[in-house]
Structures are given as C-alpha cells and as structure tokens.
Design a protein around this ligand. Sequence first.
Ligand SMILES: Nc1ncnc2c1ncn2[C@@H]1O[C@H](COP(=O)(O)OP(=O)(O)OP(=O)(O)O)[C@@H](O)[C@H]1O
Length: 625
Amino acid sequence: MSKQQTHAFQTEISQLLDLMINSLYSQKEIFLRELISNSSDAIDKRRFEALTDASLLNDDEELAVTITTDSNAKTLTISDNGIGMSYDEVIENIGTIARSGTKKFVEAVKNSGKEDADVSLIGQFGVGFYSVFMVADKVTLTTRKAGTSEGTQWESDGKGEFTIETIEKDRVGTDITLHLREEESEYLEDFRLKHIIRTYSEHISLPIKMLAPAPLDEDGKPQEDVEREFETVNSGTAIWARPKSEISDQEYQNFYQSLSYDMEPPLSTLHHKVEGNMEYTSLLFIPKKAPFDLWNRDNKKGIKLYVRRVFIMDDAEHLLPHYLRFVKGVIDSQDLPLNVSREILQSDRDIKKIKASSIKRVLDELTRLAKNESEQYQEFWSEFGQVLKEGVVEDMANKDKITPLLRFATTQSDSAAQTVSLDDYIGRMQEGQEAIYYITAESHQAAKGSPHLEVFAKKGIEVLLLCDPVDEWLVNSLGTYNDKPLKSVTKGDLSLSDEEKKAQEEQKEELSSLTEKLQDVLSEAVKEVRLTYRLTESPACLVADENDPGANMERIMKAMGQDAPSTKPILEINPEHALIKKLDTNSDSFADWAQVLFDQAALSEGAQIKDPANYVKLVNRLLVA
Ligand SMILES: Nc1ncnc2c1ncn2[C@@H]1O[C@H](COP(=O)(O)OP(=O)(O)OP(=O)(O)O)[C@@H](O)[C@H]1O
C-alpha cells in the first residue's frame, strides 16, 4: 500500500538549511564530495552485510557510484547501489532527527565570519547531505534497501517541509537528483564534475563513473547518434597500498582530509608495511588540531579497518586505545577473515599485536617530536595533552613511554601554558630535595595563589601546578618518576631538618592550648588543628590527611555525580602570623575568629565556603569591634 506524507523538518534542521541556502557562498562544490562519501559508506555497508547474508548482493553486480546529468532538465543525479534506506530510515536520517553535530554546526557558522571556514565545517559536523541545498532548489531522493522490495521517494525544496512516499524502484540503492538553481549550471558540465571528483574523492576505493565523451566524427565533432559508455573517473586505488616513495605529500594530505575533514595538513604521517608472519599496512596520521568531538566518549571513529582492501569497520577501539583517539588512519590486514566481527577483534591475537605496534609507532613519533621539534610538540601538547595524560592511567604497559611526554605548568613561570617536562623539573631540583611537588586545584589561578606554596616559594622549590580534571588520577597513577615520589604540597608533613623539628616541638607545646581550643570550636569542620611552617604570608591553610582524597578530588567526584566520601581537612595555623599571635582564647569573639580563620583558609584554596553570608556577617562584626 502506498503511503504519502508531508513532514516538517525538525527546527534545528530548518535552521541548518536556512544557512545552507542563504549564508554559504564559497566552495559550494563540496556537496558532491559529501554525496559521494555517503554513497561510498552505503556501498561499504552493503558489501559488509553481504558477507553474512549472501542474498544481499548478486555476484555479477559491480558496486559503484554513478554520476549523470540532464542539461535540459538542469538536473544532476548521484546514484549508488549501496545498502539503501527503508521508509522509516529515510524519515529518521534525513529530516526529523538532527545529528549531534547539527546544533554545533549552526552555532559555528553563525560565529565565524570567514566563508571558507564555514564550508569546511560541513564535513566535520556530519551534516553532509544537506549541503545539496547550497546548489539545488529542489532535491529528489529515491532509495530501496537491500533485501526489501519496496522503494521510497523523498523530496524537498529545503524550506521547512519534505514529502515522502513509497514507490516502485527496480534497483537496490539510492539515487539523489539535484534540481540545480539557475546560477549553478556549472555542475552540469562534465569537465567541472570530473575536476571536483579528482580533487576530493580520488582515493575512494570504489569506481566513480561518468559517461565518457562521445567519439568524434570525421570533422572532429562529437557524434550524436552513438551510445556513450560509462568510464571510471577516479583512480580508486587505495593510497596505503602504494609504495611510500611514490606518494606525494599532497596525496597524503588529500587522503588525510578525506578521513578527517581537517583543512590543515597533519602533524605527522606514519606509513608502514609489515611483512612476515602477519602482514598488514598501517597509515596513521597525527592531526595538528583537535576536532570538536574529541571529548565525546561515544565517538569511536578514528581508525578504519580493512581486510585486503575491503572496508570492514570504522572502529578505533580495538585498534588503538582511547587515549590515542585523535589519531586518524587506516589499517589493512592481509590475514584476517573478511567476516571478522567486533567480538573476534576483541580477542584476536593478531589484532592485539597490530594495536601494540600502532601504539608504539605513535608514541615513538611523539617522542621524536618532543626531542627534535619541540615547538611542534608544544603545539601538539596544547591540543591533545589532556587526552594523552589519560594514557598514564589507562595504559600501564606504556606508562614509561608516555610519562616523559607529559608537560606541566609550574611555579617557575607566570604562564598557565604547560611546558615543563618531569625531566626538566628533576634537572632543577634543589639540593637535598627528595620529591616532585605538585598542587591540584580547580583552576591555574587557584593553584598559583594557594597559600600552600608560600614555603616552597621561600625555599625556591618548584611546584607543578595541576588543574586539568584528569590530573588527580594522573598523579595517583604516576606514583614516582625516576625514583622520585610525587608529593602533594597540601598533604601530610613536610620533611624537615632536626633543628627545625626541635624548634617546632617547643612551639607546639607553647601553643597547645590555642590549637586545642580552636579544635574544640571547629570540631564539626576539621579533623585536627596543628601548627604549620609551610606558610609565610597567610595565617592558616587546609591540608588533607596523608591518605584522604583531598578537596580537589572530592570536588571532581561530585561534579561527575559520584559519591565522594566527605573527609574533614586539617586546619594548619601559622604561628608567626600577626593574626595568630593576637588570638586570645579567653576573648568573647574567639569563636568568631576561629570561624573566619577556617573560612579564609578554604577561600584561599579557591574552594567554596558553606555559609558565605555568615562569613560576611562575622568579618563585619570583627571589623567594627
Ligand atoms: N546514499 C546513501 N545511501 C544510504 N544511506 C544514506 C545515503 N546518504 C545518506 N544516507 C543516510 O543518511 C544519514 C545522514 O547523512 P549525512 O550526510 O547528513 O550525515 P552522515 O553521513 O551521517 O555524517 P558524516 O558526513 O559525518 O558521515 C547517513 O548517516 C546515512 O544513514
């Protein structure tokens, strides 16, 4: 039974289409790349599904993308014999459900002033199909899903609505016909179309076909009565299968772009052919710039797996670990079976070996960059450092390789830029300094301003300033580096000389009634009150007990929606500070002073105080007094 319906586009898609039609003027030609890439994906899917259900593909059927034009009707048609779509899939994929990138794309286009940049965003945000409305005022899509007998037709002028109906269609696959706008007739010219295909889709490992020119007659004019044949326009060879020496930088870059939609050339290109027991080729790229979806944990695309040039899946997970998710590329195995499943991949020994070698290649390359091209490495670090840090936690086997690649902000410089390696730090350690000191905080500013650093500044000891969320896990996993333990400046005791210890013991005795009274008054908020020698300018600070997680970790756990055990901090007071010297345990306002001291210590760490209004009231009362 035929059904015809009219639907409104989802609001976000309408906004997107409005931008396509009215705001993007340059490089409109990329619509063709987008359609070819969708067709190629659809063909890959059909081939893949046919591996387990042979009825989905006839033996004699050549899988290809075909491009035809009709200059009278002013239409351009892109056809494929890929997997196709069912009626419901068309509704879902094209029109009603915006992809995750749609909203971001709309925002990015609105925010950017440059037209070129606008167009480059289309691929990155996965909104490719809609780019047809840059050149067409009406688009007709007909499709039939492999394994079904019914076709579907979708049509729209891109202005708010589309119609959809069931139709008869004799071939499996998808045809997309663009009714070109008056001013876009260049896309009817063979020469122009071939140029676009060669520019963007040269490496698609599928034939892209167009009608060959008609043979010429004796006068050199095209013969009109002979039937023209289809010819393949792209070279269609997989670039990774060619010898390295024959591939130009530009070719590598074009291929990288087709994988990543990144307009910049990659930072590094790693192309290896492995022979012997296990044969495979890997072509990996390290990008210069982070893509917008780097932090999307569901985004697993990065490395494409091929088996003897047949695309198997887009799934970086088994081929590279999560912390190298920014690497793009292809791995093509000679030995795996074509019908390899995700489950098999997970346990396959060869895949594990390929993964281990790929990790090694990427980390070796980063080590090389860090050593020889430090400026480039620094740029890499500012884009991907936070992600690479996850590797120390995630990949124990390679921890020793990753750790020297880490870069930190420290008290040595004013800037928040992460530029200091642990080797740099160790090279600058003071005589007798046993540990690598660090502080974790919510922001660089909070870390830098922490009173805990006062004594370190006085002694000239450098401290790592850590404020990325992953840092807490990082320092826990690191434990030590080159036999030097990593130590938080906010935890536990400072190691001291014997004389210092003696002097402190005496002072502790002297002030014991003060610390006891403070502890009494603040018993709900603190675990202990004790003297400190880590402060020079502040009256008090909070420290965590040696085995407690610490305030920053608790804050992060809460932000992640996890139950953090609430541990009480230790209040340390600076016996040399005028305020502490003036504290009078017998005064009526002692409890007020104690509370203000505690709140100030929390504030100076960048933490929030429980009752800000009460704090203000107390301070004012004390000021007036
Ligand atoms: N020729 C086609 N054959 C089968 N399905 C298609 C075809 N073209 C598009 N689709 C379906 O429509 C969806 C939307 O396509 P669109 O180009 O907007 O985004 P995408 O291709 O998913 O994103 P990206 O550009 O990041 O790959 C596709 O994911 C696919 O499911």
